[in-house]
Design a protein around this ligand. Structure first.
Ligand code: KG4
Ligand code: ZN
Length: 336
């Protein structure tokens, strides 16, 4: 008798992207994301606006994910969803929808930790990493080095003590008057500039990170240069972006190299929104070549927030028999 296949619907609504995906036997059949552009006008994510937008988009996004995968609701074996961490009002929309669907269909619920899912995004494509595996997860809210011993066995071994790497990009963008989120804009502008300005790397012990000192030194640098020449930002924005990007990438990869040295692990990946950064991708490959790593970089659609990665994480939890009760609620803060 052939093994029964397992089909999951996955839902992501932790921040400002509404996502739904269908995953069958660990393979993503569809991955639909509706990104909210409304926040751009506000220079950051407005929580109440985000939850209202999730409410508008969630059903059409689920419908589209099912249609693309050519899967009917009655063919689903479970619903996987992001329980946290994230914005409470945003999480409530995805969690309530998942619970309602699971209840109506009489199928189990599988809760997923959003940051586990960023790491497990590597298992959405080939080749898949082998265990043990090290992952640098860099997003708007987190900067973590994760040691992965198995699909459901993940441990944070380094983290930021203040700002996240994505925040360093976004806050720099704000100082430069760039659109939110500034990470992709800085990435684009940096391609036309040179990293000619030096910013000091923070001295943080062990595998932890810090980005708040860098933010302050960028602010003082800009204030000083603008006092001498009010056109400084206008005329040198590309070089400023290249310089800031270079130091952020250096900080991230120096710690990742240290983590690999300390753990002896050479299966190494990057994940999360900031892993879409082209300089980080390039320097990560160079570092990997130099240090003898087998490197893993997710496709762009699996770097930023998406439900495909939630479905992959939920699939492995399903196999491990890790289900949630109908009483499960969202958790804005959730232990890793
Ligand atoms: O993982 P993500 O989509 O959302 C969460 O924070 O969970 O990450 C969003 C972050 C933002 O800070 C954004 O500026 C950054 O990822 N980002 C980038 C790039 N694309 C997105 N940062 C640098 N370069 C990029 N190309
Ligand atoms: Zn994320």
């Amino acid at each position: 008798m052939s093994k029964k296949s397992i089909t999951l619907l996955a839902i992501e609504s932790s921040c400002d992207d509404t996502g739904a995906a269908v995953v069958r036997d660990g393979v993503v059949l569809s991955n639909v994301t509706s990104s909210q552009v409304e926040h751009r006008l506000h220079g950051g994510v407005v929580p109440e606006l985000a939850s209202r937008q999730h409410l508008i988009h969630i059903l059409p996004v689920i419908r589209e994910a099912l249609d693309k995968a050519e899967i009917r609701l009655d063919e689903l074996d479970a619903v996987g969803f992001t329980r946290g961490p994230g914005l409470l009002g945003s999480l409530i929309v995805g969690v309530s929808m998942s619970k309602a669907l699971a209840l109506a269909l009489g199928i189990p619920l599988v809760e997923v930790h959003h940051m586990h899912a960023h790491v497990l995004a590597h298992f959405a494509q080939e080749p898949k990493p082998e265990f043990p595996f090290l992952c640098l997860t860099v997003s708007g809210g987190h900067t973590q080095i994760v040691r992965v011993m198995g699909h459901t066995d993940l441990e944070v071994i380094g983290t930021t003590i203040d700002d996240a790497a994505g925040e360093a990009f976004d806050k720099t963008g704000k100082m430069l008057g760039l659109d939110y989120p500034a990470g992709p804009v800085i990435d684009r502008l940096a391609k036309h500039g040179q990293p000619v300005f030096d910013f000091p790397e923070p001295k943080v012990r062990g595998l932890d990170f810090s980005f708040s000192g860098l933010k302050t030194s960028i602010l003082y640098f800009l204030q000083k240069e603008m006092a001498a020449n009010p056109q400084f930002i206008n005329t040198r924005v590309n070089d400023i972006c290249a310089s800031v990007q270079a130091v952020i990438v250096r900080i991230l990869l120096d710690k990742l190299a240290l983590a690999s040295r300390e753990t002896g692990i050479r299966e190494v990946g990057i994940a999360g929104g900031v892993s879409a950064n082209s300089e980080l991708r390039k320097k990560f490959e160079e570092t990997g070549n130099r240090l003898g790593w087998k490197t893993y970089v997710p496709a762009f659609e699996y770097c930023t927030d998406n439900a495909g990665m939630i479905g992959i994480a939920a699939y492995y939890k399903y196999l491990a028999g890790q289900f949630s009760e109908q009483s499960v609620g969202p958790a804005a803060r959730l232990e890793f």
